[in-house]
Ligand binder design. Structure first.
Ligand code: IPE
Ligand code: IPE
Ligand code: MG
Length: 254
């Protein structure tokens, strides 16, 4: 499936896309190389995807770079991933800024080195007013952590007497979940062939379309990305309604 601007209107495109970038290790192993070689190659796919979303006018792109469970990996792989993250933050931020990208790192940053936290702060500060693509990089992120940190914020408000526990609704909790200010997640892609969410955006994915493909992350190119979006556009999203109700709604707004 190839996307063409004649057949697909901007409105039908997803506004917020998230990707579980999986398969770097296998990509390297298939070539007889160490796993970290795949992570380095994966950075090119990140660059390509950011450019692709910018070209299409997508509002938000959220990339899963390091999960709260990834600390369990061998120490040398974890440190390579950290170095790579630091390098990318240092080298790529100027270009992102020039392209009007707003960069945000989501996750529990407290476990990162002071140097890395400082770079994150500088990158976010530099790009905070940019109006183009919102690029969210999930680092030491877990979907359960996200819900817990939102619950803790509400608990503080209750403790301080600013909120009653009975005031806590889905909407109120939503406001404290990461990326609350961005469009809701429309499309969640996972590369690498596994069919699971691996504790990524649990709250945000409630109504997202899920798209799984076998392509390993370093091989995820524009054609693979366009296929994912074309699949999204072709699916009928009903949010728990029937197709018939949506059709009725359409006649009402005409
Ligand atoms: C995903 O690729 C990238 C990160 C978790 C950082 P993997 O490293 O999980 O690659 P596979 O799944 O082992 O092939
Ligand atoms: C998910 O991939 C995390 C990232 C892509 C950063 P993993 O490879 O870590 O997931 P599992 O362990 O196979 O579920
Ligand atoms: Mg993996």
């Amino acid at each position: 499936m190839i996307l063409s601007s004649e057949t697909v209107s901007q409105q039908s495109l997803p506004k917020h896309i998230a990707i579980i970038m999986d398969g770097n290790g296998r990509w390297a192993q298939n070539r007889g190389k160490p796993r970290v070689f795949g992570h380095k190659k994966g950075v090119e796919s990140v660059r390509r995807s950011v450019q692709f979303c910018t070209n299409l006018g997508i509002k938000s792109l959220t990339l899963f770079a390091f999960s709260s469970e990834n600390w369990r990996r061998p120490a040398d792989e974890v440190s390579t991933l950290m170095e790579l993250f630091l390098l990318v933050l240092t080298k790529e931020v100027k270009k992102l800024h020039k392209n009007n990208v707003k960069l945000q790192i989501i996750g529990d940053l407290s476990r990162f080195s002071d140097k890395l936290q400082q770079r994150v702060f500088e990158a976010q500060t530099l790009t905070k007013d940019n109006q183009g693509l919102c690029l969210n990089i999930a680092a030491n992120y877990g979907g359960r952590w996200d819900i817990v940190q939102a619950a803790q914020k509400l608990a503080v408000e209750v403790e301080q007497g600013n909120l009653q526990s009975s005031d806590i609704t889905e909407e109120v909790l939503s406001e404290h979940i990461t990326m609350a200010e961005q469009p809701p997640l429309d499309l969640l892609i996972r590369t690498g062939g596994d069919l699971r969410i691996s504790n990524f955006l649990l709250w945000q994915a409630a109504y997202a379309e899920l798209y799984f493909c076998d392509t390993l992350w370093p091989d995820f190119d524009d054609e693979a990305f366009a296929n994912a979006i074309a699949c999204y556009v072709s699916r009928e999203r009903r949010f728990g309604c029937t197709g018939e109700q949506i059709k009725q709604l359409l006649t009402q707004v005409k």
